[in-house]
Ligand binder design. Sequence first.
Ligand code: ATP
Ligand code: MG
Ligand code: MG
Length: 288
Amino acid sequence: VVHWPFSATQRRKLNWVQLAGHKGNFRAADEGNILKKFSENEKQCFEKLRDDVLLPFVPSFHGVVEKDGESFLHMTDLLSNFDLPNVMDCKMGVRTYLEEELVRARERPKQREDLYRKMVEVDSEGPTPQEHSQRGVTKPRYMQWRESMSSTNTLGFRIEGIKKSDGTCRTDFKKTQSKQDVVQVFKDFVGGNPDILKSYLSRLKEIQQALKTSEFFKQHEVIGSSLLFIHDHKSNAQVWIIDFGKTTALPEDQTLNHDIPWQEGNREDGYLWGLQNLLDTLKSVSNE
Ligand code: ATP
Ligand code: MG
Ligand code: MG
């Protein structure tokens, strides 16, 4: 573990945008890098990715550092090469919780009032009569509800948030579900620029190819991971695979297909199915 010697500069803080997760999970670092709150699981993923074909598509990992008594993962800031970037976080897969979370909630259900309130905020008829009377829902129940409201179940991905170069930021996509709605959001995001669309499409196809040959991908249940889309007015456009906090290794003798329906026990995540739908969605944006 290296102790962190640098202090953050104000300029980089202003440039930084975080579209998901707790605000306290990230810190500014040295030029071109960021710090993400340490997780053993995510660290292990980054280490395994060092020898995998997915390496060119994930932020470079520079090890674990300590700052203010806390541990962080030191990695490349994907926004640093952009001038006023537009950024979109797309959470991949047909489900957003691990099978083990489901089992735990069944064995020891913990009713969460914070999640109950979040549910009511979006849809007062979301909770069942029983959930209303206990003013609580379990975490998997909340996540399954989020999946059914959004395009996670129907398309295998969902939009988590978008920040545009004009400074506007939206994370209110909880009810963006139909393909038509998703197409509109993408269209607005790329501002109808065909060059950006083309770059995004070709980068996504490269990612698709790499995933199909990746040993890491075969051997992991990939839950809650996102594709981060970034472009700017110079038509630089990139897509990166981020967030391995819930990407979990399978037992030695098991591999996943990533393209077949999930049934509890098979651990399938629908990642490749979602990616094909994402490609088709972007193609419809180009054709409109
Ligand atoms: P959650 O699990 O709720 O999605 P998290 O704490 O695991 O959140 P991430 O999803 O990894 O955090 O990242 C949250 C946001 O921070 C992303 O949506 C993106 O906007 C930004 N971000 C994460 N990693 C990078 C990076 N390497 N470069 C630039 N931006 C990043
Ligand atoms: Mg995330
Ligand atoms: Mg995460």
